[in-house]
Design a protein around this ligand. Structure first.
Ligand SMILES: *Cc1c(COP(=O)(O)O)cnc(C)c1O
Length: 417
């Protein structure tokens, strides 16, 4: 079995913790930039390839700035995500707006910024006409083929059960409507499987969308200018998982492109992605300290972090690897439940986990928390959101978001009682 190692050391964490109290999320700048470069390299065969980082995965300005420096755009889904993107300096076609159940004000803001707007539903087109009016030249439609989505070794997911996207018939109707409303360039978007480490997911999805593009190319005068494969490429959360290989994935998409689009004369279509997890998950860890050990019917290691800092284990039963910093090479000969302090019995980062002997005061590293980690933070039990810290390429660190204070928690409350 492969081992998973934190991207930093106990000594570094102690240095940071002397200034910034645990728990905190720590991100690896070098690792993030490396992902950006590997992704661009894997799709370098497609001259107009662009990644739109899914803001919801890690909505922190400094992280978005790194994305921008690496030539990435952002994918937003809500009004406030659009405001965040705007504050960081994104505009126009560096913003993809892939929303659903969209309020009018969100469409208005996206249009104001000149973002590429991706329609999730056929009814949103007339809703947009009513609330925004003029249609931008370049827009996108979200497609859902229904049924099950299968690759060689089985069913990956059930798009037919997903709330997103338009049926094939609706997609055609959307093309016709958008053409009628003056749109010139169109993209097709689809997100069918989440967290897939299979190297077959993107290529299979690409094939589906490329075939659709060929089918729709002469239906209207719309120019099909991009195919957006969205997010969904996963990471190896468990030590025994095989990671996705982005180079192989890029080559698989290229093969489909050359087999389907090129012969149909569609050899100028840009490939877009909206990866969140693959970009950031492994480049973030949640650092916590052991507050208590409790031995009853089981042996509990109680942390100063809780599900309020990382919801995925409680919400999805998701596995996150746990390391005891400084004991990475010690034998994992103890069995613990690693818990937070919420008054919820599912506030557990790990159940019956084999770890080295762990003591009060030890620093714990919860792996792969960089995407959908801090972002899903909440304030249940009045647990406050923790700090986010960037480990810079030169080895120094910077607090990129301060921890919340009780005053932040009280700020929206009315004490006129
Ligand atoms: C969540 C989401 C993404 C990112 O998904 P990952 O699994 O983090 O890659 C991209 N696009 C849309 C529309 C999403 O909702």
């Amino acid at each position: 079995m492969q081992t998973k190692r934190p991207f930093t050391t106990l000594a570094k964490v102690e240095e940071i913790a002397a200034e910034i109290p645990t728990p905190f999320h720590l991100y690896d700048e070098a690792g993030i930039r490396d992902r950006c470069r590997r992704l661009k390299e894997a799709f370098a065969w497609n001259p107009n390839f662009k990644e739109y980082f899914a803001v919801k995965a890690t909505p922190t300005p400094q992280i978005l700035k790194i994305m921008q420096e690496e030539g990435m755009g952002v994918d937003c889904a809500t009004y406030t995500e659009l405001l965040l993107a705007e504050k960081v300096g994104f505009s126009a076609h560096d913003i993809m707006f892939s929303s659903n159940v969209t309020p009018a004000i969100d469409f208005q803001k996206a249009a104001e910024l000149g973002a590429i707007i991706n329609f999730d539903d056929i009814s949103h087109i007339d809703f947009f006409k009513e609330h925004v009016g003029t249609f931008p030249e370049t827009m996108c439609v979200r497609y859902n083929p229904g049924g099950t989505f299968e690759v060689a070794n089985g069913i990956m997911d059930n798009p037919g059960d997903a709330k997103y996207g338009m049926t094939p018939e609706q997609t055609k109707e959307a093309f016709q409507k958008l053409s009628e409303y003056g749109v010139k360039n169109i993209g097709i978007h689809s997100f069918l499987v989440s967290g897939s480490t299979s190297n077959e997911y993107y290529p299979k999805l690409a094939r589906t969308l490329f075939e659709l593009a060929v089918e729709l190319k002469d239906l209207t005068d719309l120019n099909i200018s991009f195919i957006n494969l969205s997010g969904g490429v996963g990471v190896a959360y468990k030590p025994e998982d095989t990671p996705a290989d982005i180079k192989i994935i890029g080559e698989g998409v290229r093969k489909a492109y050359e087999e389907i689009l090129v012969p149909a004369g569609l050899d100028n279509i840009a490939i877009f992605t909206e990866l969140g997890r693959w970009m950031l998950a492994e480049n973030g860890g949640l650092v916590a300290q052991v507050l208590h050990e409790k031995v009853t019917y089981k042996d509990y290691i109680g942390l100063d972090a809780s599900a309020a800092n990382l919801l995925r284990p409680a919400m999805y039963g998701a596995y996150h690897h746990v390391s005891v910093l400084g004991k990475e090479d010690a034998p994992a000969d103890h069995t613990y439940d690693v818990t937070g302090g919420l008054c919820e019995n599912n506030d557990k980062f790990a159940i019956d986990r084999q770890l080295p002997e762990t003591n009060v005061g030890d620093y714990i590293w919860i792996h792969d928390a960089g995407a959908h980690g801090a972002a899903m933070g909440y304030q249940y039990n009045a647990k406050l959101r923790s700090a986010e810290v960037l480990l810079k390429e030169d080895g120094s660190f910077k607090q990129i978001r301060r921890p919340e204070t009780p005053e932040d928690y009280f700020a929206t409350m009315n004490f006129d009682i």
